[in-house]
Ligand binder design. Structure first.
Ligand code: FPP
Length: 241
């Protein structure tokens, strides 16, 4: 007999794919797909607050997305700035805490300024953590973490040749203060992880849907969470956890 876990995921990570296809399917420029994608984020936050989710990570821009045409990169960062300008007060009022995972290098100065403002303004909020993954890639994150461990060791009493443990790497990931990912959602029909939270998703349940990100609504999130509830999670043990 299967025992079903009824609990909510502590950490939901989302690969928001399909903005471009949403737009081209309507004969619109790709930027319109990203614009609608940004509306979908707003909708997601409201639904997540309603449901009582506590941590959401959003893959907004990867370390590989710099390969895109400069005009598209520019429009994604402009939309991010617009999102913060328009939504920050409302988000703050609702108790959302904004954080960033990723490298600060290369992110346009103005976007960083707004992201920093959002982080600062919302730092004491407790309802939900929204982790904007910008200029984020798991490989870069793990390399960054190992370098931080080495840097720390070169300054401290621990000899450099002491073996690095899993906990050392975990403690220096961008997400060191967040729980591991329980549920990873990818919209847009592709079935891959695209360098997103690989360490943190080691035991995540992977949910792939054909729904394009701009169409991802309240029902889509509920469907994903219902599916999650039906999963038997054993984390390598023989018993359900
Ligand atoms: C993937 O879809 C989407 C992105 C790389 C960018 C995500 C950006 C947003 C949701 C809007 C930005 C706004 C904020 C607030 C961060 P795709 O372009 O790869 O879609 P496709 O596979 O259909 O081409």
């Amino acid at each position: 007999m299967q025992i079903l876990s009824k609990s909510l995921p502590k950490h939901v990570a989302i690969i928001m794919d399909g903005n471009g296809r949403w737009a081209s399917g309507r004969g619109l420029p790709r930027v319109e797909g990203h614009r609608e994608g940004s509306n979908a984020i707003k909708r997601l936050l409201d639904t997540s607050l309603e449901i009582g989710l506590k941590v959401i990570s959003l893959y907004a821009f990867s370390t590989e997305n710099w390969k895109r045409p400069p005009s598209e990169i520019h429009s994604i960062y402009s939309l991010l700035e617009e999102f913060i300008d328009k939504e920050l007060d409302d988000i703050h009022r609702k108790g959302v805490k904004i954080i960033h995972s990723g490298s600060r290098d290369k992110i346009p100065k103005n976007s960083l300024k707004k992201v920093d403002l959002a982080i600062e303004q919302t730092q004491k909020n407790k309802s939900i953590i929204v982790n904007f993954c910008l200029n984020y890639g798991s490989h870069a994150e793990i390399v960054h973490s190992v370098n931080e461990v080495l840097k720390e060791r070169s300054n401290k009493e621990k000899p450099l040749d002491t073996k690095i443990k899993e906990k050392d790497i975990e403690n220096h990931l961008y997400t060191y203060h967040l729980p591991d990912v329980d549920l990873l959602i990818r919209t847009g029909g592709e079935k891959r992880l695209s360098n997103f939270l690989l360490w943190q998703s080691a035991y995540a349940e992977l949910y792939f849907t054909d729904v394009l990100w701009p169409d991802f609504d309240k029902d889509s999130l509920h469907t994903a969470l219902d599916w999650f509830k039906s999963r038997v999670r054993k984390f390598g043990d023989v018993k359900q956890k």
